[in-house]
Ligand binder design. Structure first.
Ligand SMILES: Cc1cc2nc3c(=O)[nH]c(=O)nc-3n(C[C@H](O)[C@H](O)[C@H](O)COP(=O)(O)OP(=O)(O)OC[C@H]3O[C@@H](n4cnc5c(N)ncnc54)[C@H](O)[C@@H]3O)c2cc1C
Length: 380
């Protein structure tokens, strides 16, 4: 969110100072692990669709500006389980809501019966009465490359970026003219302050002047796994295998995954989501134990993608910052309109981030925006 915003503002000639405690892209927050799913018919709600559609245009603009590959549209498959059920990001009937969004926005798609899914995408082990929503223009983004492209461009447009500098205090001006930010290296005043601190945002909002009563953004540890392919890898290559979200009806809510991008040894990335135990970026265990990988294989891989082996070649942890009802909060602070809060995106924000950066730049420059963030205010 920060890199997208810095890029959009610097491109307009605005004076931008970007502060980050690490040097993005890095592995300590929410934006690493090689791939993020992007899809255009957004089952989380139709209000998200304009954001992703605009983001796809911006990713392509960024590719032209940098000559780097960011977005691969290899197709996406959303699978409802054998009972026809699907649930994701706090939304029941995620499958049906996705289809409705596709119909409303004219997004190209097909509804596939299980027999057709088996024929086209042989790795999925289906019961026989699943349904699939297939979107040919869905696919995946490389989050690290997207962040780097936007930061590099923002610097080339004149932004100042201070890496390895931690914000320790924020003091909004009483007259709402701006805010002062104190870091471990100095102090800065700005007319507008945009907080994109990801999983560290709850800590920053604990400052007495910034506290928002009755609102919490819990942070949850997630694990990404890469399992080795047994036998021939061809069925898992991007030209043959889509990104997918599968409410498989097993012990977890479901799984999502990607094609094989780094040969047989690189494995296939598959993950689940969990919202049980809240952590902080400081307390989270970043190690993934062998027993976690084995449990993942047993419960979510063996019965569903049987041509993946139990050999987990890589596993990393990542953090979700979750807003009520698994929605987004993208809004100015209720008490300090000069401060914009932009990080709680409940584990589904990356695909929208390029357009979110543009919408925030519109807010900061008081430019009428073609992007409507009014659905993403602070819950009351
Ligand atoms: C496992 C996982 C899978 C996901 N899958 C998808 C997906 O498939 N599709 C999708 O659309 N979205 C997905 N998401 C969500 C998406 O990746 C996130 O919503 C998005 O990347 C979050 O970006 P952010 O800028 O809010 O946070 P971050 O990228 O974590 O950035 C926050 C930054 O703030 C900095 N910071 C924090 N505190 C301070 C401070 N005090 N001073 C200075 N700097 C500070 C941090 O160093 C960090 O660089 C996934 C997320 C995870 C974790």
């Amino acid at each position: 969110m920060g890199s997208a915003t810095a890029y959009q503002l610097a491109k307009r000639g605005v004076t931008v100072l970007g502060l980050d405690r690490f040097s993005p892209p890095h592995v300590y927050g929410s934006t690493h692990g090689e791939t993020r799913i992007t899809r255009q018919a957004i089952g989380e709600g139709e209000e998200y669709v304009p954001l992703v559609l605009r983001s796809h245009e911006i990713w392509r603009e960024l590719e032209r500006e940098t000559g780097r590959m960011l977005l691969m549209q290899n197709g996406g498959l959303i699978l409802a389980n054998a009972g026809g059920e699907s649930h994701l990001h706090g939304k029941p009937d995620f499958f049906g809501r996705t289809v409705s969004a596709a119909e409303k926005f004219g997004i190209t798609h097909e509804i596939l019966e299980a027999s057709e899914i088996r024929k086209r995408f042989s790795p999925f082990h289906l019961q026989g009465n699943e349904r699939g929503y297939y979107e040919p223009e869905a696919g995946f983004l490389n989050p690290e490359a997207c962040v780097k492209a936007q930061l590099d461009l923002s610097e080339s447009y004149g932004a100042t970026l201070h890496r390895g500098e931690t914000v320790t205090a924020i003091l909004p001006d009483a007259d709402k003219a701006g805010a002062t930010v104190t870091t471990d290296r100095g102090s800065y005043h700005a007319e507008r302050l945009i907080l994109t601190a990801g999983s560290w945002l709850p800590q920053l909002l604990e400052a007495p002047l910034l506290r928002i009563p009755q609102i919490q953004f819990p942070v949850y540890r997630q694990v990404l796994y890469w399992f080795r392919v047994n036998g021939d890898i061809r069925a898992f290559l991007p030209e043959n295998f889509p990104v997918f979200i599968w409410s498989h009806g097993g012990s977890s809510e479901g799984i999502y995954g990607f094609p094989a991008l780094n040969g047989k040894a690189g494995g296939v990335k598959v993950a689940t989501e969990q919202f049980i135990e809240a952590v902080t970026p400081e307390t989270v265990s970043r190690e993934v134990t062998p027993s976690e990988s084995q449990q993942m294989y047993r419960e979510n891989i063996a019965g569903f993608l049987p041509s993946l082996s139990e050999n987990c070649v890589r596993a990393v942890t990542c953090l979700y910052t979750v807003a009520p009802d698994s929605r987004f909060v993208l809004a100015s602070h209720p008490a300090h309109p000069q401060i914009f809060v932009a990080s709680p995106c409940s584990g589904h924000g990356f695909k929208h981030s390029a357009a979110i950066g543009k919408a925030i730049a519109d807010w900061a420059t008081q430019t009428p925006s073609s992007l409507d963030l009014s659905s993403f205010g602070f819950p009351t």
